[in-house]
Design a protein around this ligand. Structure first.
Ligand code: SF4
Ligand code: SF4
Length: 137
C-alpha cells in the first residue's frame, strides 16, 4: 500500500535519518517528492511511503513521537465527469472502496472521505479522467 504524507519537522528533528529508519525498522520505502529542510531549521517534506498497512500506521506513530506533525492527504483525487465513461476499471483497483460502481446504473461513485490518495486509480483509467490535485480546494 502507498500513502502520501507531508512531514513537518521541528528544528530538533531535522537531523533524524528518517528514510533510513523507515526502511530498516518498518520495511517501508520512502520516496521524497518535495523537501524544504535546511540544517538547524524546521522544514517540510512530502513523501510517498510504500509498505504494509500495519507498518505504515506504526511508522506514523513513530514519526509523531519524534515531534513531527503529519498531514496525511496533501492532495486529493478528482474525477473529470466529462471524460469518464463509467467503465468501472478504476473501482476494481481501488483498495479502500472510495471508488465504486454498482447496479442499477453502474455509474462511477467517488467517496473522497475513504480515499487514501494512493494514486493506484490514476494509471488504471484508459481515458485520463483521474488526476491528483496537490492543493485541496
Ligand atoms: S487514490 Fe484512487 S485508488 Fe487510491 S484510495 Fe483514492 S480513489 Fe482509491
Ligand atoms: S477508469 Fe476512468 S473512465 Fe473508467 S470509471 Fe474510472 S474514471 Fe471513469
Amino acid at each position: 500500500m502507498k500513502r502520501r504524507l507531508t512531514l513537518h519537522f521541528p528544528r530538533q528533528a531535522v537531523h533524524q535519518p528518517i528514510t533510513y529508519r523507515l526502511a530498516v525498522d518498518f520495511d517501508i520505502a520512502a520516496k521524497i517528492l518535495r523537501a524544504q529542510v535546511a540544517p538547524n531549521q524546521s522544514g517540510t517534506m512530502v513523501v510517498e511511503l510504500s509498505g504494509d498497512i500495519d507498518e505504515l500506521d506504526a511508522a506514523e506513530l513513530w514519526l509523531e513521537s519524534l515531534g513531527l506533525s503529519l498531514d496525511r492527504a496533501p492532495g486529493e483525487i478528482r474525477i473529470d465527469p466529462a471524460r469518464c465513461v463509467d467503465c468501472g476499471i478504476c473501482a476494481s483497483v481501488c483498495p479502500s472502496g472510495a471508488l465504486s460502481s454498482a447496479q442499477p446504473d453502474w455509474r462511477l461513485s467517488f467517496d473522497a472521505k475513504r480515499c487514501l490518495v494512493c494514486e493506484q486509480c490514476i494509471p488504471s483509467c484508459p481515458l485520463d479522467a483521474i488526476a491528483l490535485v496537490l492543493e485541496p480546494r
